[in-house]
Design a protein around this ligand. Structure first.
Ligand code: PHE
Length: 352
């Protein structure tokens, strides 16, 4: 058997193929059932044992060479076909390709961005504070001394050296006041503090151990035309809820107890799901509790370095998950950090 002659014949046949169809025919002849190359490789079994290794090796190399020649020729035809299509104007360079997968903003980020936009347009400034907070700023400075029952209601993750994971964004109130006083206090002071807070809660549909709040604080002179009152608080909250819930809202105040505000309120909004008629979301009451708030307690102003005779203010603490849940009718708070993309990808239209 003259393999050299066979090889030349095969390579010549491949080179001679005039188009893709002809090449396919050559391929069938060489590599199909009973194909010539296949048969050559298989013929190793009919040889005496001692000749087999050398022949087998040579036959395999030859097979690879022929396969390569085939692949090259096929590529040449593919290139030619593309050139022809281009020349014939069949290729449209303006056509959009496959859409790449894009991420979306988390719904909490979206709502936070909207709130920050809104409040900065009203003259508020963004303040940050540490997530690892001291007992002093998280509790004592907010009029919650060591034996105060209010500490019980904020199940705290304690760290070492009287540090803790902040249970709310309110500690930034006193931090901000102290800094502002140090820099020579210039009323009015208007800040928002979006941030992550932590509580040692058992997680269920409505409770998370890690969640997001946005604190607001406004302080101005107590007397004269600038005096800050509950009316300013209500107006600001109504504006905020109208923008964020995208509709006109009615609000009502109930007394709420937080040691760092006096008076303190729970602000309710008329239920967006039933327009106040009563449904399962609002437990037939027509109202949904959404915003704890109040007038800044004199002790807090004092801790911040201000004279409560001279200054007054209001503060609020919004739970961002709660707002997002209300806006989109989400009934399980665990969805937010569950990492399920099917949940998150439902919000692309609200991303900016
Ligand atoms: N910090 C309070 C909480 O998380 C909420 C709050 C803020 C209440 C500001 C009144 C004023 O429970």
């Amino acid at each position: 058997m003259d393999t050299a002659a066979q090889r030349d014949g095969w390579l010549a046949a491949i080179a001679a193929a005039a188009d893709a169809a002809a090449l396919t025919a050559v391929e069938a002849r060489l590599f199909g059932p009973k194909g010539e190359v296949v048969e050559l490789v298989r013929s190793v079994t009919s040889l005496p044992k001692e000749q087999r290794p050398a022949f087998g090796k040579a036959a395999n190399l030859l097979k690879q060479e022929v396969e390569q020649a085939l692949a090259q020729k096929r590529e040449t035809f593919a290139q030619q076909a593309m050139q022809q299509e281009l020349a014939a104007g069949g290729f449209d360079p303006t056509e959009t390709g496959a859409r790449p997968k894009r991420g979306v903003l988390h719904p909490i980020t979206v709502v936070q961005n909207e709130l920050v936009d809104l409040f900065t347009s009203l003259g508020f400034r963004w303040e940050d504070g540490p997530e690892v907070e001291s007992e002093y700023f998280n509790f004592d400075a907010l009029n919650i001394p060591g034996d105060h029952p209010a500490r019980e209601s904020q199940d705290t993750f304690w760290l070492t050296d009287k540090n803790l994971l902040r249970t709310h964004t309110s500690p930034v109130q006193v931090r901000t006041l102290q800094r502002a006083v140090k820099q020579g206090f210039q009323p009015p002071l208007k800040v928002i503090v979006p941030g992550r807070v932590f509580r040692s809660e058992t997680v269920d549909k409505t409770h998370e151990h890690t969640f997001y709040q946005m604190e607001g604080l406004v302080v101005d002179r107590a007397h004269g035309e600038h005096g800050i009152s509950v009316a300013n608080l209500i107006h600001t909250m109504k504006t905020c809820l109208r923008v964020i819930l995208e509709r006109d809202v009615q609000v009502r105040l109930r007394p709420g107890f937080f040691p760092f505000v006096e008076p303190g309120f729970e602000l309710d909004v008329n239920c967006p799901f039933c327009s106040g008629k009563g449904c399962s979301v609002c437990k037939q009451s027509g109202w949904i509790e959404i915003l704890p708030c109040g007038m800044v307690h004199p002790n807090v102003l004092q801790k911040g370095g201000l004279d409560p005779e001279e200054y007054t203010g209001f503060a609020f603490g919004m739970g961002l998950q709660r707002v997002v849940m209300l806006r989109y009718g989400i009934d399980d708070i665990r969805q937010f950090t569950g990492g399920d993309l099917r949940f998150l990808q439902q919000f692309p239209e609200v991303s900016r």
